[in-house]
Design a protein. Structure first.
Length: 274
């Protein structure tokens, strides 16, 4: 199938602290290592996904666990991508979902995701969404939620703050009334990933809120927490397989719908630097 035969309208991004639904240009990414569970769905034709050290996956749908280095190619210019934050879900059901996606019965689930996309385009909904609503739309049922220690949950709320406010393990440990070493140990036990790794991913994830905006990238890097443009470019390329400028170039007509359309962090940023 050639690129011009593929659907290329209705590009959209639903983004909340626990879920992302993206339908738009894939670009030509090099190796990527996304921090969430990634579910890729071909709009038409097939996908080819290669996880480092494993045989190529080929089909209408593919599942990649968090932080695994992988490549994605598609018959179309555009693709649907769902991202599920690992600290928000139980690992065993997600592993089972991955097995389901890798089975012959995955076609029905792929069609459901495509229908969800068509419904979003048709309704033009922009009034926010909950995690449960997202899961029901995409999967037909809520994904089993991980129950976090309230102190770790509070730290993750801080990491999800789009305003770019500095978040350190020391500050989070103090807020939890724990020593830093105890906090870091508890954080890894509760989330399955280190504080440093999750903080790096969340910072790169903040970029998604602004990809359709006319923004100075050097200023954006600082405002979402990067020390300089070099760190920014390296981090974004590591997680997404593309340079920041390429992501922005391919997102100019992307409609962004947030779980909270009045997100304080986004509003504060937009009132800041041009």
């Amino acid at each position: 199938m050639s690129d011009h035969e593929c659907p290329d309208t209705g590009r959209l991004l639903l983004i909340g602290p626990e879920r992302v639904f993206y339908a738009g240009l894939l670009g030509r990414p090099r190796r990527r290592s996304v921090g969430g569970f990634s579910i890729y769905v071909a709009l038409q034709g097939q996908l080819r996904v290669t996880v480092e050290g494993q045989p190529e996956l080929c089909g209408a749908m593919a599942f990649v666990p968090p932080y695994l280095v992988h490549d994605v190619e598609s018959d179309c210019l555009s693709v649907i991508t769902l991202m599920i934050e690992p600290e928000s879900v139980l690992t065993a059901p997600m592993t089972a979902l991955g097995v389901r996606i890798g089975s012959p019965g995955a076609a029905a689930l792929a069609n459901r995701v495509r229908q969800a996309y068509q419904a979003l385009v048709a309704t033009g909904r922009r009034d926010g969404f909950t995690t449960t609503e997202f899961d029901n739309l995409a999967f037909g049922e809520p994904l089993p939620a991980r129950k976090l220690d309230r102190r770790i949950a509070a730290a993750i709320v801080r990491l999800n703050d789009v305003s770019g406010a500095a978040v350190t393990a020391e500050d989070c440990a103090a807020a939890a009334n724990l020593s830093q070493s105890r906090f870091l140990h508890l954080f890894k036990d509760e989330t399955g990933v280190s504080f440093r790794a999750l903080r790096a991913w969340k910072r790169a994830r903040h970029l998604l809120h602004f990809v359709n905006s006319d923004i100075n990238l050097a200023h954006l890097a600082q405002d979402i927490g990067y020390p300089d443009s070099t760190h920014f470019s390296h981090s974004i390329r590591r997680f997404y397989g593309l340079q920041p400028r390429a992501i922005f170039s391919g997102s100019r007509d992307l409609a962004i719908w947030r779980s909270d359309p009045h997100s304080a962090g986004v509003a504060e940023f937009r009132q800041g630097r041009p």
